[in-house]
Design a protein around this ligand. Structure first.
Ligand code: DGY
Length: 326
């Protein structure tokens, strides 16, 4: 009888997804739900042909050298800044991520953070729960309008476009965007979105949503000089990756009131947070859950499983990453 290839599941996932994996592979599940430090990951990967990975495992040349049996790393996330894709290609290891399946859910959440920050939703709830609500006031927790305002989208990939669609068609917003490359006119037109330079984007947006993938070039793409260009009283939302925004500079801009509010789902050095952010009431903070609806998390897992099956049976994987993937 042919033995099944062995795969390691890096983090706890849904039991029926593990069951699906077991139909094709010998599966090692994690003992607990803690991120695996690289030495432990390397130890567990010995003899394994595949890794079901998340955004928390570091896959680099050191690991690849120490795991000669590894043939496929299939991520259930769309972000892949934890993986050295070039090193995987050089080692002949297939890498895949999970795009598309999370686009709409993540765009929904971007909007949730935008609305919550601009309309001070969590601040209002904290105020009420603290027993501070005594009476109606003309400007009690009054915020900014979202409808009819100007939205700046930094990064116009799939998620950026889904946000732009919601903004233009649902909220009557004017949508400006900045991206390395301009969208084709037939993609831009239904989104009613206009390409502008990064400086113009920062100057004109009432609300800025950041959706660029993390790369060393994107580190602190939004720092003190960029924040200084933004409209006084603007709102900033980051659902991209920690490190794209300089959190210390952002906290400063929020503390001085230069920016009215922010909504952040990702942080530099997460799950640690810059303590200055925790001290502010005008920032909505969520623990990296933009894609976390149950159907979407399941779809992300299933795509990773489909990719593992394809990779380890010599078929074409569905969503490959190559060193050239933009
Ligand atoms: C992703 O898929 O990259 C999301 O950030 C979930 O971690």
């Amino acid at each position: 009888m042919r033995t099944k290839p062995s795969v390691l599941v890096a983090r706890r996932i849904f039991p029926d997804i593990v069951q699906r994996l077991r139909e094709h592979f010998e599966v090692e599940e994690p003992a607990d739900d803690e991120p695996l430090p690289q030495p432990e990951l390397i130890r567990r990967l010995q003899g394994k042909a595949g890794l079901f990975a998340t955004g928390t495992e570091l896959i680099n040349a050191t690991l690849l050298q120490a795991c000669p049996d590894l043939r496929a790393v299939c991520l259930m996330t769309v972000g892949y800044n934890n993986v050295d894709v070039a090193a995987c290609a050089a080692a002949g290891v297939v890498v895949t991520n999970a795009p598309d399946v999370l686009t709409e859910t993540t765009a929904d959440f971007g909007f949730a953070l935008l609305l919550a920050a601009a309309r001070r939703v969590t601040e209002a709830e904290h105020y009420l729960r603290a027993g501070r609500w005594r009476q109606w006031n003309i400007d009690l927790l009054a915020g900014a309008d979202v409808h009819g305002s100007t939205l700046g989208v930094l990064g116009m990939g799939r998620i950026g476009q889904a946000i732009a669609r919601r903004a233009a068609l649902g909220f009557g917003m004017q949508v400006l965007y900045h991206n390395r490359s301009r969208l084709a006119p037939e993609v831009e037109a239904p989104l009613r979105a206009q390409w502008v330079s990064k400086t113009e984007l920062l100057r004109r947006a009432d609300h800025l949503i950041i959706v660029v993938p993390y790369s060393p070039q994107a580190h602190h793409l939004i720092a003190a000089p960029e924040l200084a260009l933004m409209k006084p009283g603007a709102t900033l939302v980051n659902i991209a990756r920690g490190g794209v925004v300089d959190d210390a500079a952002l906290a400063q801009a929020l503390a001085t009131g230069r920016l009215a509010a922010a909504g952040l789902d990702v942080f530099e050095g997460e799950p640690q947070l810059n303590p200055a952010l925790l001290a502010l009431s005008n920032v909505v903070l969520t623990p990296h859950i933009a894609s976390a609806s149950l159907p979407t998390r399941r779809a992300m897992c299933n795509l990773a499983v489909d990719n593992l099956i394809a990779a380890l049976t010599g078929s074409q994987v569905l969503t490959p990453l190559t060193p050239q993937t933009p």
